[in-house]
Design a protein. Sequence first.
Lengths: 484, 1132
Amino acid sequence: MKRMIARIARARFFIGAALVATVAVACHPGDILTVDPPLGVQAATAFVSAEGAQAFYAGAKADMFSGVSGANQLIHLSGLLSDEYAQTNVWGRSAITNVDARSTAAAAYNFSGNDQETTVSALLGARSELLIAEAGMARYEAAVGTRKLGEAFALIGYIELMLAENYCAGVPLSHVLPTGGLEYGTPLTTDSLLKTAESHFDSASAHAGGDTTVTMLASVGRGRVRLDRGHYDEAASAVSNVSTAFVYNSELQPSYADGSPYAFNLYAAQTLGCGIVNVTDREGGNGLNYRSARDPRLVLDSTIKQTCDELYNIPTSSPWYYPVKFGNPSRWIPLATGVEARLIEAEVALHGGQLSAWSAALNLLRANAAETYLQLSGAMPALTSDSTTGASADMQVDVMFRERAFWLFGTGTRLSDMRRLIRQYGRNPETVFPTGTYPWGTLPDLQAPLPSYGTDVTLTLPLPTVSQTTNTHYQGCLTSPGTA
Amino acid sequence: MNSRRVRSLALVLVCMAAPVVRIQSQTVAADASAENARHASDALMARLISVRFDDVSLKLAIDLVLAKVDAHATYRSAFIEKLDKPITLHAEKMPLGIALDAILQGTGLRAQAIAADLVKIEPTNQSINLGTVVGTVTDANTKRPVVGAMVSLDNARGSIQTNANGEYQITGVVAGSHGFRVRHLGYTVFSTTIAVRDDEAARLDVLLIPSATRLSEVVTTAIGNQRRLEVGNVIAHLNVDSIARTAPVNSLTDLLSGRAPGVQIIETNGLVGSGPTIRIRGQSSLLLQSDPIIIVDGVRQNNTSGAGFSELFQATARPSRINDLDFGQIETIDILKGPTASTEYGTDAANGVIVITTKQGRSGKPQWQLSGERAESTMPHTFQEYYTSWGHLQNGTQVNCPLTPGLTAAGVTSLTAPCTIDSLTHFNPLNHPTYSVYGTGDRERYTLAVSGGTPAVLYNIGGGFTTETGATHLPDIFRSRAIAFELPNKVFHPNTEEQHSLRANTQVQIGPTAQLHVQGAYLSTNMRGPGGQNLITGILNGQVLPDSAHNYGYGTTAYQLPLLQFGQYQIDRTTRTTGGLSADWQPRGWLTTHATTGVDHSANIAESLRYPQAGAAIGFPSDIAGILELYQTTTDMYSADGRASATAWVTSHLRSVTSVGSQLADAKMQGLKGNAWGISSINLSLNGVANPSITQLGDEHATLGGYAEEQLAFYDRVFVTGALRIDAGSGFGSDYNAVTYPKASVSWLAWNGQGHSLRLRGAFGESGVQPDNGAALQLYTAGLAYANGGQVSAVRLTTPGNPLLKPERSREIEGGVDIGLFDDRMNLELTRYRKLTKDALVNMNAGWDFNNLQFEENLGLVENHGTEATLTAAIARSSTLTWDIVCNLSTNKNRLVHLAPGASASIGGVNSYQRNAPGYPLYGYWGRTITYADANHNHIMEQSEVTVSDTETYVGSSLPTREASLSSQMGFLNNVVSLNILFDYRGGYRVYNSDAAYTDFFGTSQERVDENSSLWLQARGVGVTKARAINLAPFFEDGSFVRLRELSLTYLLPSYVMRFARGRDIRLTGAVRNLALWTHYTGPDPEVSSPGGGGFGNQFGTGLPYANDDLRSSFGAIPLARYWILRLNIGL
């Protein structure tokens, strides 16, 4: 028995010792298991430096500009839902047609990966990257300089502003945790989103470090926010320091690939065989006469070969128009301009009943057309009193918004203006947005015929079940896309 | 102690106490029963009998007496038979007891009634002293005691077992001569005669000679070599050396195919050098490759999947790294099929472990083994004919007219005007030798090996050389164009492979208790394949005609022309240097230790080139005509393994084996990728090319873990094993340090006697697979951004990371029975298993908040369950005929049990018809269903008569769910001639016949133009045009097939010839591989898929593409070739 016990003890001792050794090895592997991440990517620690923070900022900024003004991004969608652009690309792209036909909800709910989803995703992604960059640059502010810090705050504000202006309420704002992992935000109302944007514009001004570009960029954004919220007087004061010639472009690499503003311009249309935009004329009856007005601020070219019609099975009878203002590959789409600042001041004057000041502001801008971001060859003719001081109140509003539409064509402001016409000027949506028969609703490649325009006035956030289930707070649209 | 544990303990105590209670209650009844028996016995001996006999034997006398009272006697026959005294008895109404005393008088025996009708005859203590037999049983080879051997005498009931020292003792043996027999599993039965004398102990020491019974087979596991009997899980064991000599196999995966149940060899395509993937007991992961790990002589090997991928040409043929190994140098392969067997290998081993043991030296004079082989390959398949309809409109205009209005036969343009078909023609260049890209290939293989040494130093050195030219070739009709554009001769035979191998194993005995093994190998594989994704013909064209205007049926689409497909190539050159050093040391009799360290160094060059001349020949602009893409990578896989086992005899019949071990595996890849367009014919390199793109590559992953295992063996019949493995891995999240995997198994040799055996076994085990390198980290990609009119450095968030990331964890339970019959001439091995992979990694979308960044999370649950059976039978064993058959059967049901909400069910952004959907198999096929009815009975399906569902529904598994193989080996005339056959069946799965879908879509199929086609086929074709989609359910066809995989006839040269040639063993083999195929699949070969199924994923982190072979589509896939082989093996 004694021998047996000794044998058992020996075996158990052996097991115990082995287990201890094994656990020790496995739990304290030391450097053996510390490996570099795959080449081509870098761990977060690689960017804990001033240079890294600035590199991250460069990437975030480029991603934001791509989301704002790249092909199929916000400016494109915004222009489609408004009266600026008609759909041009049908094959496999029914979502675009849905947006153009003001049936954005159908597009959002039926087609995963549609452009509305892509766009809001790109903008929110860029925002989370800008937040990381901003935190990094703040840590190395002395080396980076305050200007970039202020600019980053302003760009964050612009993303929030444009999401509020173009989408229904319900956009969540989230951020990446510095230690890894994610923190999801709750859906915000449109007004909350605008307030958040304004606070970022304030931060931008505070960190501008005396840089006038950043200061004016923040000011125009702040003015837009206040205008959107109906705080007119505050809007005017916000932009008073902005020069008329000011322009801040959403700069992207000249290339005709998707994701650059190049896709909007004439060269792209010629290179690709067809462009992705077609400027409309009185779309749906209520649209402005962008083509027939022959306004120098919006010169169109209809001479480009019309291969798009054949490609997309669209009847060849409709000529296609491209905006010459984007005719040069280096002509980026502006994010903020001094022209908009003057227009905000003019609208504030109109709203305050200061008709002379209003008329003078609009005409001064026309007179200084050569100094604006459009750099027209000379002054534009002044507006007559028939259309300004002598016009009816409704017509004055029409003139104000027409001036905005032509000065700011294709820069992503028209949809917000049309919504404001409803929200702040009491217009009926059916007198502002295109209505009636949808002219391209029965094209052969459409998955579902769209016989007439719908009633939407905002882009739609897709249903949570489509692809946004990671954020459990997310609910989709808090307001109907038909609510201005 | 929590309440659950208290309840469990109470339950155990109750269970232990229950038998005691039962025994106490039975005691009273037992006393009464004994009293009754005593009365009955007394009554029997008092019964009066009358009997009369003279001079009969003692046995007969007893029987005659007892017959009078209907009673019987029990006795050892030896007591009775040794007494030859004649008995005479005349009794009249004599009590039975007195009669028996009279008969037994003077015999030394006595009678005692032990029941109402039973009398026991036994010796009186005083009269007979019995003998004893003692001895030891020892293994004839190892000279170690054999424990648990069954020792028996002919005239003794039952048998006894040898103890821990191999000793036995049989007492009470009646003097005389006895038959003596010793049996033990794994040894030849020992039998002899032994003489025993009274009062003496006869000694008989026995040397048992090992014999190869199935249960005694030695298999290699993580803790070393073990008898199969001791292992509670099933392990497939292949004696490769005996298979490879005669079987028509071209690679290691060929050799594995159909030979181990549950081990699926999934072919990719039939190009020479294209390697299949291996799936053992199904797919377990949604994200990670489900490949097993490979270990050769203890050294972990590189088994990279999707290697050699070309972004430019999307990889026509990609070698499997396992096929770098020369199967001619392998002795055995053990396949550990899942966590029940691979727990000790830890993380990375959940998909199984292939343990390869190469040939080792044998003591004696050098023995040479030479072989030479010549083979010819052909492509025996028939390909779908492409149809062209010739018709006219009402105005007489000639058109290609479809049977049903809609798309024209040309495909794209709508044809609304009614037309009339005048005639049909059909053609496919692949079915005509003049036009086909398939011809005849050839293969040569030569090997040389020598083995020998002394007991102190053993060696085995072997080398091999294989060269093969595939059956694809440039048709003669294009040769003049190739020559005119000065294309090199390579394009005429675009698919070749060359392999070299050299392996040396030495074993040095260091003192009486230690051995040192040194191994080294050099392997090289040089494969060249055509640069096209596939070798389709004129599918995309309306008119497939054998004239120059239509490129002889290859159509007018440049990408389909063989001149382009073959004018661009992909080369994969891999050289591997493997080295290993291992040592065995037994410092004490009860303690054995082992250590191995090794490295597998792979240098790979993957080069994709389109000759500028080829681009020019089909009209590409000069700036894009020539393309070059170059990958140069090296992969170093370091491994170290240390283990020790201690054996202790707790009692004479209870043995304890305690094992511990620790393993390290570390794989590092680094390299460069470069590519450029506009390569010129005078400079086929990246040097001097404008704007070449260079990318730096690198990856690394490592695991480190240890285990402890305890095995208890009772009577060498019951083996209970428990183990625990602890691992850490480089892919774990920062908040997850280590993982533990438990294991337990039981093996019970329930019956072993009279030539039959029955073993019951059950096992439970866990192991894992760690996430990709970097998946747990917050990662950024470095690049450029445009700012201020120029390029600036920029980084972008790639993934937010997941600090909680942990390995996928597979838990497996299996149970089975092994039956051996007729002295192991027939064996049945039956296993049921269920494997659950929890924490399966899934891609989570961070949502719009983060621009849909992807990150990995452990959220999936995958189940595989199935049955495996192996039946081996030696049907005939005679000098004129030996016949053995092996039948393998396996089933596997795969199911994604659960997928977290929000997890990506789509597969890698590739195709929509294969999905990972909860409740269905991984990578299952999904398609839109078709219903149809010929309403107007015109035998032509119109669009209005066909309905296509709006949504896709599950159609079937993309991998076989049932497999079977039947192998037959027949030897004639003392095995002078042997005939081997292997049939292979796979079923229960679907194959996406996308070729058929495309021809329907473009109107070049028979059913789109011929009203004689079946309504079903017509409906399928019309459905495609109506839905404008090709992923319709009817195109996912039943892929079941039976293939005559191997057929070989071997002739062993007569002894006088061998004497003349001074050879030991000279064999001539003629063989055919892939001789016949039976299937309902309408494509050429249901076993192949186009590379990556036309779908490709991205490697995590690097974003580099890889071909995902779980994505399967027939699109232009190249069928398996048929090989006619002649081989000569010479042993000197």
